[in-house]
Write a protein that binds this ligand. Structure first.
Ligand SMILES: Nc1ncnc2c1ncn2[C@@H]1O[C@H](COP(=O)(O)OP(=O)(O)OP(=O)(O)O)[C@@H](O)[C@H]1O
Ligand SMILES: [Mg+2]
Length: 250
């Protein structure tokens, strides 16, 4: 479903991604671990073309993201095309990023109505169903500032799901939350994983990775040092750098 090949990205002289290859099958959950500054957020941002890349490519469901191929060169797509592609890729940020002036219901319904132009009745039904799924039906008419961090993040997840995304990218979705609110968000993510959602999750929640991930990837200095099933990467890491990192976070 997601195919990342040979992705390079520099900011000036700083090479942040140095040839990343990552494949995520349909319905699979990949957890990305790595130290601060290793390029995790940059990688997620490259997947939905919030970040241009210098070399390599990203394809989702066989479609190149952000570029079209002509001969052996890639040309960047027009903004409208990029937005169309992005409208099928969910992104959940550390900082929730809800629209503060819209209610919970409006936050969830916004993209399906305006970007995807789906019929209002269908979107209303879907919104109610998704708010149910994340346990927030009774908060439909509240504004984000009236919600706890955990509730806001669950709205953000419902909003991502409303796109009918091919994949959802999560960038440290629980690291801005008070400890007692982390569980409710991970529970929703566990439910998504169980129901076959394709997910790439950057997180330091090793317990979640162990329980939910099909594949754990360890990124360090812009390169994937190690990847495999959680039991291998977390419990029997082959590389010293993976061991050193796990030693710090476990
Ligand atoms: N827009 C930018 N301009 C210049 N440098 C950037 C930019 N975005 C990120 N970087 C640098 O790229 C490197 C990787 O950043 P990135 O945010 O991908 O790391 P990360 O693994 O997500 O770290 P963290 O765990 O702290 O979130 C860092 O050194 C960062 O300072
Ligand atoms: Mg980051």
């Amino acid at each position: 479903m997601v195919d990342v090949r040979g992705v390079h990205k520099s900011y000036g002289p700083l090479e942040v991604l140095r040839g990343v290859d990552l494949r995520v099958g349909a319905g699979e959950v990949t957890v990305v671990l790595g130290p601060s500054g290793s390029g995790k957020s940059t990688l997620l941002r490259a997947v939905n073309h919030l970040e241009k890349i210098d070399r390599g490519f990203v394809a989702i469901d066989g479609e190149l993201i952000g570029y079209r191929r002509s001969g052996d060169r890639l040309h960047e797509l027009k903004e409208r095309e990029i937005l169309r592609q992005r409208s099928r890729i969910g992104f959940v940020f550390q900082s929730f990023n809800l629209f503060p002036h819209l209610t919970v219901r409006q936050n969830v319904a916004e993209a399906p109505l305006s970007a995807q132009r789906r019929p209002r009745e269908e979107v209303e039904e879907l919104t109610a169903e998704l708010l149910d799924r994340v346990g927030l039906r009774d908060k439909a008419d509240a504004y984000p500032r009236q919600l706890s961090g955990g509730q806001q993040q669950r709205v953000a997840i419902a909003r991502a799901l409303a796109l009918r995304p091919k994949v959802i990218l999560f960038d440290e979705p629980t690291s801005a939350l008070d400890p007692e609110l982390v569980g409710e968000v991970l529970e929703v993510m566990r439910d998504l994983a169980r129901s076959g959602t394709t997910m790439i999750v950057v997180t330091h929640e090793i317990g979640f990775a162990r329980e939910v991930a099909d594949t754990v990837v360890f990124l360090d200095e812009g390169l994937i040092v190690e990847q495999g099933p959680p039991a291998q990467v977390l419990d029997a890491p082959r590389h010293e750098r993976t061991r050193a990192f796990l030693g710090k976070v476990l």
